[in-house]
Design a protein around this ligand. Structure first.
Ligand SMILES: Nc1ncnc2c1ncn2[C@@H]1O[C@H](COP(=O)(O)OP(=O)(O)OP(=O)(O)O)[C@@H](O)[C@H]1O
Length: 258
């Protein structure tokens, strides 16, 4: 399986899970949310994590992002083994090296769009690079909205502010959890187009958890989870290919009763 004679790709690995196990609860109530997951997230690529409800997508994302610890196995971000860090070190790592976009935009209502965007820098005692900030605002179509507060912005604009906030620190990796879940289809397409652009033009690494095959089709690769295990992946995933893979994953569950 690994005997290809093609030249080795130059892609570096941004993050990795190795044989990761994460169990919630104990005894009879224990749920093995991740059951030996090994996956690599290539740098400078857009990876979608997909799978049925309850398959472990959020748990995997939280583990990769250092938001949660694992029971066994290893999580590596760049060369850093997250299991060896103290909670405080993990907090700093998230602040300095990771960007987050959530389904709920999580903006601070009393701050302007621009203040929200630069908040991660403000908290770290760093100053924004004015050129980078102006570029983000312009690319996201937020230049003339920068002084507005979240309540004065549409859902799509608020999510674009959240994306700018995730990118402003130039993080090694951005994790997006159902980023289009609260957006109408037009706003979702524009947001996904921007994430795609951030990968293509800025070399950003993005990992996105999504239920939506149309969203996942913007990614370079879709990785599928089922019952806490990796169950296939697709390169340059098309909507039909994703749908047929998901249908295959759903098929055993229909008879498994679990
Ligand atoms: N805090 C928790 N306590 C107990 N069980 C949990 C907890 N969080 C998740 N689980 C369980 O772990 C499994 C994986 O959950 P997870 O949220 O990672 O799945 P998911 O694929 O992201 O699901 P969804 O698509 O519905 O958001 C599920 O069976 C879930 O019920």
């Amino acid at each position: 399986m690994t005997t290809s004679t093609a030249p080795a790709p130059t892609t570096t690995v941004a993050a990795q899970a190795r044989d990761v196990v994460r169990t919630y609860g104990r005894g009879d109530a224990a749920v093995r949310a991740l059951d030996g997951v090994t996956v690599s997230i290539p740098a400078g690529r857009f990876t979608a994590i997909m799978g049925p409800s309850g398959s472990g997508k959020s748990t995997l994302m939280h583990a990769l992002a250092g938001l949660d610890t694992v029971d066994a196995g290893q999580i590596l971000l760049g060369g850093t083994d997250l299991g060896r860090l103290t909670e405080r070190q993990r907090t700093l790592l998230r602040r300095d090296r990771i960007g987050f976009v959530f389904q709920a935009f999580n903006l601070v209502p009393t701050l302007t769009a621009q203040e929200n965007i630069v908040l991660p820098l403000t908290l770290a005692g760093r100053r924004p690079d004015p050129e980078h900030l102006a570029h983000l605002l312009a690319t996201l179509g937020l230049t003339d909205r920068s002084r507005h507060r979240p309540g004065e912005l549409s859902g799509g604009q608020q999510q674009r502010v959240a994306v700018a906030r995730a990118l402003v620190t130039r993080p090694e990796i951005v994790f997006a959890d159902e980023p289009t879940g609260n957006l109408d289809s037009q706003a979702a397409e524009s947001l996904l187009g921007f994430l795609r652009q951030a990968v293509d033009e800025l070399g950003q690494t993005i990992v996105m958890v999504t239920h939506d095959p149309h969203a996942a089709a913007y990614a370079d690769r879709a990785v599928f989870l089922a019952d806490g295990r990796i169950d296939g992946e697709l390169d340059a995933p098309s909507v039909p290919a994703i749908l047929s893979h998901l249908a295959r994953l759903a098929a055993p569950a229909a008879t498994g009763g679990n």
